[in-house]
Design a protein. Structure first.
Length: 344
């Protein structure tokens, strides 16, 4: 099934490098407490710095504070999930970590890989620590969410009957998905990693990294959910739906020619467009006419659609329940709020 586990570690993920040990009372170095475990300001600063592009336009103090609050919320959520994985004895073992590390390293030479680590201000050991956390949380979601998702034949039939007109194609269409990376900081980006390129150079490096991961066999939809910067399609694995041939004819000639030459299942090389860098995947190519429920492709499309919807619902609910059951003290947010109330 097409299930997105959170969070999958890669170079460039906006996640903590370390979590400190238990602490019984907040100190001046504690940005947040999650069930008596501290997330320090030093950890928050390292994560923030890993996302700062050298030479980029200087942000204001307020903009920096907003960014750090967003990052800290992500660190808190991931710490909550990690503690749940620990409690259920779902922590990743060394062999899991080594396999994932080698998978991420495979597309690069040793020198290139070191440059990737340096660009994210990480060491190999820090990446392995991150991988252990991420793989553990992946195991948690597989157990707590994936195993509870079931789509019946009746569900598929009901969806088809309610949306039968949408399976009648008036002209040839291409079912496509995309990953978009933009060279600017868009506040509307809501991918699962909360990962945003903020400059032309950062966008180019990010999309090249994503292209390499897909070439290594990672699922296009999962990568899109985690890292695509298109707020409309990222939640659905980058799915653009069926694009009519007439719409392709209105696109630029290079893009149209590339799509029409691609075979189902094929992923394009990186394409530079006005909005940013794109990776496109052709899922199917369909002639005009009504698609019947007996068509295996129709059933698969419906099943995947329903799976993605249920996955998003259960994931959102699981996060909310986990937050409600956790004791979280966000010291950074409290400090900012109290400073605003202080007498001038």
């Amino acid at each position: 099934m097409r299930f997105q586990t959170l969070p999958a570690a890669v170079l460039g993920a906006a996640l903590p490098l370390f979590f400190s040990g238990c602490s019984k009372s907040p100190s001046t170095n504690v940005a947040a407490m999650v069930n008596n475990r501290a997330i320090t300001f030093a950890e928050l600063e390292r994560t923030y710095q890993s996302q700062v592009t050298p030479g980029a336009e200087q942000s204001s103090d307020d903009q920096i504070s907003i960014q750090k609050l967003e990052i800290l919320r992500s660190l808190i959520d991931n710490e909550i999930m990690l503690q749940r994985a620990e409690k259920l004895s779902l922590m990743a073992v060394d062999s899991d970590v080594d396999a994932k590390f080698n998978e991420l390293k495979a597309p690069y030479t040793q020198e290139e890989f070191q440059k990737q680590l340096q660009s994210r201000k990480m060491t190999a050991d820090e990446l392995k620590s991150q991988l252990r956390r991420d793989l553990s949380i992946q195991k948690l979601f597989n157990k707590e969410i994936t195993s509870h998702i079931s789509i019946t034949d009746a569900d598929v039939a009901a969806f088809y009957n309610a949306n039968k007109a949408s399976f009648n194609l008036p002209e040839p269409q291409v079912h496509m998905a995309q990953i978009l990376v933009t060279p600017f900081n868009d506040p509307n980006v809501r991918n699962l990693k909360n990962d945003k390129a903020q400059s032309e150079d950062q966008a180019k490096k990010k999309v090249q990294m994503l292209e390499a991961r897909i070439k290594q066999g990672e699922d296009f939809a999962i990568v899109a959910q985690s890292y695509s910067e298109d707020p409309n399609t990222a939640p659905n694995g980058g799915d653009l739906g069926f694009v009519p041939q007439s719409a392709l004819e209105k696109a630029n000639a290079e893009l149209r020619k590339m799509v029409m030459s691609m075979q189902p299942g094929q992923v394009s090389p990186v394409i530079r467009t006005q909005e940013g860098y794109r990776l496109l995947k052709v899922i199917t190519k369909e002639p005009a006419g009504q698609r019947e429920l007996t068509d295996p492709r129709v059933q698969q499309n419906i099943r995947e659609t329903l799976l993605n919807r249920k996955d998003q619902l259960l994931k959102a609910a699981y996060y909310e329940v986990a937050r409600n059951e956790s004791k979280v003290v966000n010291q950074l947010a409290r400090t900012i709020a109290n400073a605003a109330k202080a007498p001038k």
